[in-house]
Structures are given as C-alpha cells and as structure tokens.
Design a binder for this molecule. Structure first.
Ligand code: ZN
Length: 132
C-alpha cells in the first residue's frame, strides 16, 4: 500500500489545524495508492470517541483509517488497536508537530508498517461513487 504525497500533506495539514482536537477520517484508495480522505463529521476531542464514530460510518469502501494524536505520542492506544483489527488494512496516526516525520502507519494488528509516499497524478474524475 502507498499514499499519494498530496493526500498525506492534506492529512497533516488538517490534523494540524484541528489540534488540539483530534481529527479522524477514513482512507480510500485507487488501486494500491491511498488518494482520498473521507472526513468524519462530528469528531470529538476524545481519542476513543473519534475513532468509534469513524468506524460507524456505513457503506463507504475504505482501506483504513487516519486519526491524529495531538499529544504527539503516535503509539496506538488500546482502543485504537481494537478498532484497527475490525476494519481496514492500513491505519495512520499523525502526531504533533504534524510534519513529514510525525506520522506512522500500522496494520490491522497494530504492527508498524512502511507506507510509501508516491507522486500521484490526480485527474478529473466524477465517477467516484458510481459502480458500487
Ligand atoms: Zn488514537
């Protein structure tokens, strides 16, 4: 799995602007490249409740999740690990100061995995929801 550079930059920016509140979203991919963040409305400041709402979203095809830890400790919490195991295959946690070195990616077992950042050419595509 890989992530588009612009998508990662968006994630870091929105996490930073959300701090000290937590940002949470779902990740959607084209092929094996994560290109979209589905923003979860109603994100609470509490880490656990943000993630809970994240996983209650129905019927969105996603490959994983992203959320921020404004504290800067980007180790998954117990609640994070439980939820990672339920849905998705890649889970990003971004922490303060939200720069290119302050995020990590974990698999469904909470094991840190490498997520390659790639340049991806975004095209005009209006068929995002069709065919499902
Ligand atoms: Zn968390």
């Amino acid at each position: 799995m890989k992530i588009a550079r612009e998508t990662l930059q968006f994630i870091l920016e929105v996490c930073k602007s959300s701090a000290p509140l937590e940002f949470a979203g779902m990740l959607s991919a084209r092929g094996d490249i994560i290109t979209e963040v589905v923003v979860v409305p109603g994100t609470e400041s509490s880490d656990e409740s943000a993630v809970m709402e994240l996983f209650m979203l129905p019927n969105i095809h996603t490959v994983g999740s992203v959320h921020s830890h404004p504290s800067g400790n980007i180790t998954p919490s117990g609640a994070d690990l439980e939820l990672f195991s339920k849905k998705g295959i890649v889970h990003i946690i971004a922490g303060a100061p939200f720069d290119s070195g302050s995020w990590k990616c974990y698999d469904k077992d909470g094991v840190q995995v490498k997520l390659e950042v790639v340049d991806y050419e975004f095209k005009e595509e209006n068929d995002f929801e069709s065919g499902e």
